[in-house]
Design a protein around this ligand. Structure first.
Ligand code: FES
Length: 159
């Protein structure tokens, strides 16, 4: 499936927030809020607005892990691979999630329903092993609970 088309008519009101290079990061955050990532088509308009070359915009995007350059799934599943989760079976959680979603770490499903990613710690070690879906923390995961949670998000996508 192709990447979803982006609506560039939403860009000018966002660009209006920026004047100089010091506005670049907040502007990129606003673009990402709107599109879910920073589409390559926006780099030149952003650079023009801030009077900097698109390569400078790209450089900043590459530097900060918080910016995404490709569309992500409507549901972002984050599995913790930190130490506390690891000792309580975090590796198994990742294995089960990968199997259910058919994705590896960093991948997005072809229908853009799911993105799978891992992080070093989700800051909820007391609930380990932990996974997060769209910002919602799910603790003390086991295969049954993982399936229950993920199937719920899969069903929402069918509506
Ligand atoms: S190590 Fe997993 S939440 Fe901290």
């Amino acid at each position: 499936m192709r990447a979803p088309e982006i609506d560039l008519s939403k860009l000018p009101p966002i660009l209006a927030y920026g004047r100089t290079e010091s506005d670049l990061i907040p502007l990129l955050q606003k673009v990402q809020e709107e599109y879910g990532y920073v589409p390559p088509e926006t780099l030149t308009p952003i650079g023009d607005q801030l009077k900097i070359p698109p390569s400078r915009v790209q450089g900043v995007i590459n530097f900060y892990a918080m910016f995404y350059t490709e569309p992500r799934g409507r549901n972002v599943v984050t599995v913790c691979r930190g130490t506390a989760c690891h000792v309580r079976g975090g590796k198994g959680v990742l294995r089960v999630v990968q199997k259910i979603l058919g994705l590896k770490d960093g991948e997005t499903s072809e229908d853009y329903q799911f993105t799978l990613e891992t992080v070093a710690c989700l800051g909820a070690c007391a609930l380990s092993p932990v996974m997060v879906v769209n910002g919602q923390v799910y603790g003390r995961m086991n295969p049954k609970r993982i399936e229950t949670v993920l199937v719920r998000y899969m069903k929402e996508g069918d509506d």
